[in-house]
Design a protein around this ligand. Structure first.
Ligand SMILES: [Fe+2]
Ligand SMILES: [Fe+2]
Length: 289
């Protein structure tokens, strides 16, 4: 931004100086060859002025400006490469500790995108889902359970009933996820929203609309929109997938369950978006089973 402002100031200054000098030279020489008719004088004046100013602007303003912009573009590409490397690293860490299935990460990412696009079409959450935010949300969705990195395997893989203490420990994957992602943030990221949205999703995807969720018991609109979307995607996938402790439900059973949790577990707008996208949910579930 400061680079742009500086370049514009320099451009204006160069124009003023070169027009001033050019005009003085033209007036000096024109008077020697004159007198001309006013029209010819204006045409000669404009032509000579352009001929004098254009190369100066080209040499001292346009070329350095282009070079600067190319450098900025290169720097931003390097930043986004760094971000992509960081995301890939975090993703592989998340997958390494994924006790559900690798497919869970892929499917939930697709469900999140489907829901977000539908909500955008419905005109909901223009700020949270505007610009490139859906793209960012899609990128960070696979990191929603990254906090499981910090939970002992013996608890994560326990087949039997969990004690209260063990349940609390598992629930902490939300806040652990927030900490891991905060630590992954670096200065001057190409996508400023990336880590912020990742933190919202990791920290809020187990919150419930009626305030009965965890870790903070947030209610309604206090729950980040991105986390509300992730919550439905996560629950749907858990319902229709086989788990060590249960057989998969049919899509219809899962849809009935999700509808019954409208305004208790889920934001009604997200449920409505799901109902409009049932065919796509079924397609993803079958394709990435
Ligand atoms: Fe989770
Ligand atoms: Fe999950």
């Amino acid at each position: 931004m400061s680079y742009k402002r500086h370049s514009i100031q320099f451009l204006v200054l160069s124009l003023v100086v070169s027009i001033g000098v050019g005009e003085t030279l033209i007036m000096f020489f024109l008077n020697r060859f004159g007198p001309f008719s006013p029209l010819v004088e204006v045409l000669l004046d404009a032509g000579l002025l352009t001929a004098l100013v254009a190369p100066i602007v080209m040499l001292f303003v346009y070329k350095p400006m282009r070079r600067g912009l190319d450098e900025l573009k290169l720097a931003s590409t390097k930043l986004s490469d760094r971000e992509n490397q960081m995301l890939a690293l975090l993703n592989s860490l998340a997958l390494a500790k994924d006790f559900e299935t690798g497919g869970h990460v892929v499917r939930t990412q697709k469900y999140v995108t489907i829901l977000a696009l539908r909500l955008q079409c419905m005109g909901h959450f223009p700020d949270e889902l505007g610009g490139s935010r859906i793209e960012t949300l899609t990128k960070v969705a696979p990191l929603h359970d990254i906090g499981k990195m910090g939970i002992p395997d013996v608890i994560l893989t326990k087949a039997g009933k969990l004690t209260d203490e063990e349940r609390k420990s598992i629930e902490a994957h939300t806040v652990i996820g927030e900490s891991i992602l905060s630590a992954a943030e670096f200065e001057e990221m190409a996508d400023e929203d990336l880590i912020a949205i990742a933190i919202k999703v990791a920290g809020g995807h187990h919150e419930r609309w009626d305030g009965s969720g965890y870790p903070r018991g947030l209610m309604g609109d206090d729950i980040p929109v991105e986390a509300r979307i992730m919550a439905l995607a996560d629950v749907y996938d858990a319902l229709v997938s086989n788990r060590p402790y249960k057989c998969h439900w049919t899509h219809q059973q899962a849809a009935t369950e999700i509808i019954s949790m409208k305004n208790t577990h889920f934001d009604s707008r997200v449920v409505d978006a799901f109902l409009m996208e049932e065919a796509n949910f079924m397609r993803v579930a079958a394709e990435f089973a």
